[in-house]
Design a protein around this ligand. Structure first.
Ligand code: ZN
Length: 307
């Protein structure tokens, strides 16, 4: 399935955002051929693996940590113990330098010999209240060394109140209040739902092969279909086909005022969206907002980047 998502991505001409992986506040620059292979968990704890199409190349794991005391020493001891248990007492494990990845925390780099060799970064952030490990796996053409531009590029949070999401060449930014992410990443279709609460959320979607989808359903019929997926009870939508997102013609749609005042409490909350096509990369993009997120609709849409 992952390979099919990649194939869909690689048909595009503009590859500007490839090589950036951003997930639950983490940002890391990787070679353009590395892509997300698996992911679990959420903001508080989880893991993600990037691979180069053949082997795993990067593994991130994170968890909630004390904001007062650094767990770095304990984490390193645990990694070293597990490494020697697996590879023998003489397996090399070298702590090589302390790289400040974050002014609010601590981090420590290491290199371990095994198959494959790996460079690691153990980090802790007092501001996020999280700690974790990033490991880069080396191959024969990319042997381990004390320098690792990939690990050096790792950031665990931004300082401007925003969080970037970026995978498979799709990236967008949201305020940090949208903490919970429900991704649904399948072949040809990426969907991220980011929630601040049950009545304040945003969906960012991308379809590959837009021309094929548009033969089935013209663009101005899509808002009703999208809204029906959000809730079959949203009712008729008001469409404005003169909207734009950056330089692209777009359709702006929203729930009608009559429905927003309806008796079902959930429907008091407005839903609003933007839908546009990127003909040069044959993609369809949509941002759908619900509740207070509607105020951010245009700025979120203008910030969506895709290959
Ligand atoms: Zn942090």
């Amino acid at each position: 399935m992952i390979q099919r998502i990649r194939d869909a991505c690689h048909t595009c001409e503009d590859q500007q955002e490839q090589g950036l992986f951003a997930w639950h506040g983490f940002e890391i620059n990787t070679p353009p051929t590395w892509e997300l292979g698996s992911y679990h968990g959420g903001y508080s704890s989880g893991d993600a693996t990037l691979d180069d199409g053949v082997s795993p190349r990067l593994h991130l794991t994170w968890r909630t940590a004390s904001r007062r005391r650094s767990p770095i020493e304990r984490m390193l001891a645990k990694i070293k113990k597990a490494h020697r248990k697996r590879w023998g007492r003489n397996a090399s494990f070298e702590v090589i330098s302390a790289v400040p990845t974050c002014p609010e925390g601590q981090s420590q780099r290491y290199v371990r010999s095994s198959t494959p060799e790996a460079s690691g970064l153990a980090w802790w952030c007092r501001a996020c209240g999280r700690s974790g490990v990033v490991e880069e796996y080396h191959s024969r053409d990319n042997p381990s060394s004390s320098a690792s531009p990939i690990l050096d590029s790792f950031r665990d949070h931004r300082d401007d109140g925003t969080r970037l999401w970026s995978a498979y060449g799709l990236s967008f930014e949201l305020p940090t209040t949208y903490l919970e992410c429900r991704p649904s990443l399948s072949a040809g279709r990426l969907r991220f739902q980011l929630l601040a609460s049950a009545r304040n959320w945003c969906v960012v979607e991308r379809w590959a092969m837009a021309s094929v989808h548009l033969r089935r359903l013209p663009l101005n019929k899509w808002p009703a279909e999208l809204a029906a997926r959000v809730s079959p009870k949203l009712g008729p939508l008001t469409l404005d086909e003169r909207a734009t997102v950056l330089q692209y013609p777009a359709i702006h749609f929203k729930t009608s005022r009559a429905r927003v005042g309806a008796a079902i409490p959930w429907l008091h909350t407005p839903t609003e969206g933007l839908l546009w096509q990127r003909p040069e990369s044959d993609k369809l993009l949509a941002v759908i907002t619900h509740g207070p997120a509607c105020d951010l609709l245009h700025s979120i849409a203008a910030g969506v980047r895709t290959i």
